[in-house]
Ligand binder design. Structure first.
Ligand SMILES: Cc1ncc(COP(=O)(O)O)c(C=O)c1O
Length: 495
């Protein structure tokens, strides 16, 4: 069956041409609300579009039809874990008891919400093998940043914090397979980043790590399985080396989907862990959010977690601000409640069977890897966890590259895998099928990928995609000139 994405010549809501200025009802309302507000504080014009409900619904449905999502097709975006999100989570998150809450209500009035968050913290402690969790961070990267602040506060508390004269623990080590947010978060927290090379198996090179560790090291950031999908076999040795040097071991939890119920970051020796709830626990994840990146720590670091902490006192759940050594606040209120709620539902749905999620994710990944490795070289070790990385280098023989393969996949109704990451694989194609896909979907994807590797199809890839609503865009321009709002667009048009 040929795939063809819907295409609508849909203007933005601003270009529909009617603004609230023309809408008398809204104008009256604004006039009434305006009563008593000083004139200087009242905006006289507001470019708010005026459309009927039907027009708004049609507008957004059309936009959604021109998009690819987990609800419309396979989404094997490695590292990003784009799994199907159960609709029951959405229904529960939409219950009026949740949607009508306001975070400024008193503790007594929001006992249910506080209890839910407290329970989620306890569940994450078990899943992560940690002693305490903060739900505040809004994404994995935000969790990394908090983790680095906690590491810094800990070293400062024992007189080993980074000093202006270059002494103290001012370095954070990352492997060359690390996600870009790891070094970025460490740098944002004021650390110098030291990158170490991987060994020929694609895992941490212990000699390189030993050489980098020292009295300047604050932390080593690692994800396990790593971004090649390979479980670090020396993780316990790594933890011992890092701790011997007086540093902390940080777990990037983006790949937790591979190990749930089998082991925990805590059992591997990690001190600080972030969870990507929007990956592991099935929350919609795309377009930059909203997400949630809770951070878990071992007991010696608990006192540095953000305020307020959720505690149970005298039978009531409370927000506790009395934490003098806390790094402070890193999100308004307690975090992205809607995402926390969905994650809690996901965990409750599986209960003690959460390990099946990881088993299926790993099985699906190895099945696809086994089907594809003849057609595309798979550098480093063969056995993978929940994701694997192929190389598109052979496509060059017919004049194509990985980027062309990615675009061509969109023509067949598949979201492209992550490409050109991790950096240590030439023409990287990083595939993560997740646990929620059927054998039929995996086979359809594998057959398409194998066909694309053949000479005939490979030669045609340069001109793709053709069946999508948007064809090739200038990605460099899009990244450099981010025109993401109507105001910016107007400015750009006027230049
Ligand atoms: C390995 C890894 N670490 C960290 C992150 C950052 O997570 P987030 O996108 O939630 O900020 C990602 C994101 O995809 C990732 O794949």
């Amino acid at each position: 069956m040929t795939f063809r994405q819907a295409t609508h010549d849909e203007p933005t809501v601003f270009e529909h041409g009617r603004f609230w200025k023309d809408a008398e009802a809204l104008k009256d309302l604004v006039d009434r609300i305006g009563d008593g507000i000083p004139d200087a504080l009242l905006r006289k014009d507001l470019d708010l579009p005026s459309m009927t409900e039907g027009e708004v619904v049609r507008h957004f449905v059309k936009l959604s039809q021109m998009n690819h999502g987990v609800d419309t097709g396979f989404y094997p975006l490695g590292s990003c874990t784009m799994k199907y999100n159960p609709k029951v989570s959405e229904r529960l998150a939409g219950l009026p008891g949740f949607t009508s809450l306001h975070p400024d209500q008193t503790d007594e009035e929001v006992q249910g919400a506080l209890e839910l968050m407290h329970r989620l913290e306890e569940q994450l402690c078990i899943i992560g093998g940690v002693d305490a969790v903060s739900l505040q961070p809004a994404a994995g990267a935000h969790g990394e940043f908090l983790g680095m602040l906690v590491a810094r506060a800990y070293h400062e508390s024992i007189g080993e914090g980074p000093e202006m004269d270059g002494t103290g623990r001012h370095e954070v080590i990352v492997p060359d397979t690390a996600h870009g947010t790891n070094p970025a978060s460490a740098a944002m927290a004021g650390y110098d980043v030291v990158e170490i090379r991987s060994n020929e198996d694609g895992t941490v090179d212990l000699d390189a790590l030993q050489a980098a560790l020292g009295p300047s090291t604050a932390a080593f950031m690692l994800t396990n399985p790593n971004t090649l999908g390979i479980f670090e076999p020396d993780v316990e040795r790594i933890a011992a080396m890092v701790h011997e040097a007086g540093a902390l071991l940080y777990y990037d939890g983006a790949n937790l989907n591979a190990i749930m119920g089998k082991t925990t970051p805590g059992a591997m020796g990690f001190d600080i862990v972030h969870f990507n709830l929007h990956k592991t626990f099935g929350t919609p994840h795309g377009g930059g959010g909203p997400g949630s990146g809770p951070v878990g720590v071992t007991s010696k670091l608990e006192r540095f977690l953000p305020v307020p902490r959720i505690v149970k006192k005298d039978g009531l759940f409370r927000r506790d601000w009395d934490c003098p050594e806390s790094v402070g606040k890193i999100h308004s209120y307690l975090g992205n409640f809607g995402i926390l709620l969905r994650a809690h539902v996901y965990i409750e749905l599986f209960g003690n069977d959460l390990e099946k999620v990881s088993e299926m994710a790993v099985l699906n990944s190895n099945y696809l890897a086994a089907r594809l490795k003849e057609a595309y070289p798979m550098p480093f070790k063969e056995l993978r966890k929940h994701e694997f990385v192929l190389s598109g280098s052979r496509l060059k023989e017919c004049g194509a590259r990985t980027i062309d393969l990615a675009k061509h996949l969109a023509d067949e109704g598949f979201h492209p895998p992550t490409v050109y990451f991790p950096l240590i694989v030439d023409e990287a194609i990083m595939i993560e099928p997740t646990e929620t896909e059927s054998l039929e979907t995996l086979d359809a994807f594998a057959e398409t990928m194998i066909r694309f590797a053949g000479d005939d199809e490979c030669k045609t890839m340069k001109d793709t995609p053709k069946m999508t609503s948007v064809q090739r865009v200038d990605e460099v321009k899009a990244a450099k000139e981010m025109v993401l709002t109507w105001d910016l667009r107007k400015d750009a048009d006027n230049e």
